[in-house]
Design a protein around this ligand. Structure first.
Ligand SMILES: [Mn+2]
Length: 340
């Protein structure tokens, strides 16, 4: 999964670097946070100086991860970093201010990611779109670099694997994913513990967000969607910037091919999360709206009122379904009939 030449390039860069900045994407999910905390542990093993950064808050449920409390909101101003590692981000804008405000003349950038829309923004691009999570790539990289797979490191890696695969239920899960998970359990990670803490347990405010979303639910032409205004979000007390799982639930509705959840943020932008089931694809749709992601889970952030963005996004979604359906009907009519 990691070419030997890339391993050697990364080994050389790590050896040569003294001040390493590691950044994961805004609105961090389990894979982003686990990628940060696991690479932090490996850099500790290698005796390197590093800063772990994410623009947004780390959701409380991930506080069990070793080094979670070491993640900062901003890089250290006085440090001139000589290496930047971007994690789980399809493009550099997803790395937020932590990246955009760096002087990028000096540092080398390593981009480690698994999004199909990845723009190869680094000098070294370790992008493996068949990986179910960025941590799956990191696992193979760490072994190739000779890192010790401690129980804490295994716990971090398993957390990213469990969250990005929704507990090994997504379409991309292969025997290799399960093999990796098995090796992490063997190394001391507790699958039940990780699944409970990272995936299942949730604050009441998450359910209140679902309540708001379900109240505003619509279904037309194979698109199921909902909107949540910032005022509605405030009523729930929901704090996290990451998605709250509603899009996945909506994409499980028989009568729909694609789901969209539109959430208004504090600064008036509209975050849109798309989900779908095979044989449909939402990554192209998200890209056409200046976003990105995976084939079955993607998103974008748009300017405008909730109503304006809703009108645009839903008409684009319906159009996307119509176009994909027409193509699929030529290729595999049976699959289309059984999937809307
Ligand atoms: Mn990921």
């Amino acid at each position: 999964m990691v070419p030997a030449s890339t391993v050697e390039s990364i080994r050389h860069l790590l050896d040569a670097s003294t001040r390493i900045l590691v950044i994961s994407h805004i609105a961090p999910d389990g894979d982003a946070i686990s990628s940060l905390t696991s690479i932090g542990q490996v850099l500790q093993q290698f005796g390197k100086e590093f800063t772990l950064v994410c623009d947004d808050d780390i959701p409380e449920r991930f506080s069990y991860l070793p080094l979670a409390s070491a993640i900062q909101k901003t890089p250290v101003q006085s440090v001139d970093y000589d290496l930047i590692i971007g994690l789980d981000a399809g493009d550099s804008s997803r790395l937020g201010r932590a990246f955009s405000q760096q002087d990028l003349q000096e540092p080398v950038i390593i981009n480690i990611d698994h999004h199909v829309t990845n723009t190869r923004y680094g000098q070294i691009n370790l992008v493996e779109t068949r990986a179910t999570a960025t941590v799956e790539i990191l696992y193979h990289l760490f072994l190739a670099l000779g890192a010790e797979l401690t129980p804490d490191l295994a716990t971090s890696l398993l957390t990213g694997l469990v969250t990005d695969t929704l507990g090994f239920r997504t379409a991309g899960v292969t025997k290799d994913t399960l093999q990796t998970a098995s090796e992490l359990v063997e190394a001391g990670a507790n699958l039940f513990d990780v699944t409970s803490k990272a995936l299942m347990l949730k604050p009441l405010s998450t359910l209140l967000m679902w309540q708001k979303g379900l109240k505003n639910l619509r279904l037309e032409e194979g698109v199921i969607w909902t909107t949540i205004s910032y005022a509605e979000k405030l009523e729930t007390g929901y704090k996290n910037s990451s998605s709250f799982g509603l899009g996945n639930m909506l994409a499980e509705v028989n009568e729909a091919a694609m789901s969209a959840v539109l959430t208004e943020t504090a600064n008036g932008q509209i975050k849109v999360g798309f989900r779908c089931r095979p044989p449909y694809n939402v990554s192209q749709l998200a890209m056409s709206l200046a976003g990105g992601g995976h084939d079955l889970a993607a998103g974008c952030t748009l300017e405008g009122t909730l109503e304006e963005v809703e009108a645009l996004v839903i008409s684009k979604s319906k159009e996307s379904i119509r176009t994909q359906k027409a193509t699929l009907e030529r290729v595999d009519p049976v699959a289309v009939r059984s999937s809307i």
